[in-house]
Design a protein around this ligand. Structure first.
Ligand SMILES: [Fe+2]
Length: 233
């Protein structure tokens, strides 16, 4: 059963179910942050038990539900019924966005943090890819970067032989994972992508939370540099 894991001060993660997308099984994870104004902010919400929902509610008022990547927008719907007063924030719609359209989105995420969480986070859209307008967050207090889909580390227990072959071909085998080949190929504007990488590396981070695979509790910047080596000129 999923439990609330304290990742760092004021940040918790919850591992959700294993899901299948484009032929590969992925582990899933959501991130819960208690903002300095007392509100609870949740990124990439996953299905959760009553016990987990109760634990989250004890942290404070759930005010913000965030889908920072097009592939996670659909997850907002159920959570919106659970927390109808929470604002919904999503990454800019693309052809990759799952189930957009009917959700009462408060705003689309950009390079500027919303006022409500600007004391806690910096944020940036990783540009250069017309399909994936993923937005990354930097939690200033704990020097943690939150990233959803660009980097993935698919654990062996969740894979089958076909997935093994696909991930090897993608250049993102376990345990390192990386930015998969399909993802790399859709970064059409490499100049814009390089500028985004520079911005990401300018953040003073040591920890990294990813939505698919094991997170990093230290030395995350070195890992991110390796994962984006393909972007070098
Ligand atoms: Fe994802």
């Amino acid at each position: 059963m999923e439990i609330l894991h304290e990742f760092a001060n004021n940040i918790w993660t919850v591992d959700g179910p294993v899901v299948r997308d484009m032929g590969i099984w992925f582990t899933t994870r959501m991130t819960i942050v208690k903002l300095s104004n007392g509100a609870v902010w949740i990124s990439s919400p996953v299905p959760a038990s009553f016990t987990t929902l109760e634990q989250i509610s004890k942290l404070g008022d759930v005010r913000y539900l965030v889908a920072a990547t097009p592939r996670h927008v659909w997850r907002l719907e159920r959570w919106h019924t659970l927390f109808p007063n929470a604002e919904l924030w999503a990454s800019r719609p693309t052809l990759f966005t799952l189930q957009q359209g009917h959700l009462p989105i408060t705003g689309y995420l950009s390079d500027a943090p919303a006022h409500a969480w600007s004391a806690d986070f910096d944020q940036m859209e990783f540009k250069g890819n017309p399909l994936l307008s993923e937005v990354l967050f930097f939690h200033k207090e704990t020097h943690t970067v939150l990233l959803d889909d660009i980097i993935q580390r698919t654990p062996p227990a969740q894979r089958n032989a076909l997935a093994d072959v696909i991930l090897k071909l993608e250049g993102a085998p376990y345990p390192d994972g990386a930015v998969g080949l399909d993802m790399r190929m859709t970064f059409i504007d490499r100049g814009l992508a390089r500028r985004s990488l520079e911005k990401l590396l300018s953040w003073d981070f040591e920890k990294l939370i990813i939505a698919h695979g094991a997170c990093f509790e230290s030395d995350a910047k070195q890992y991110v540099k390796r994962a984006f080596k393909w972007l070098e000129k």
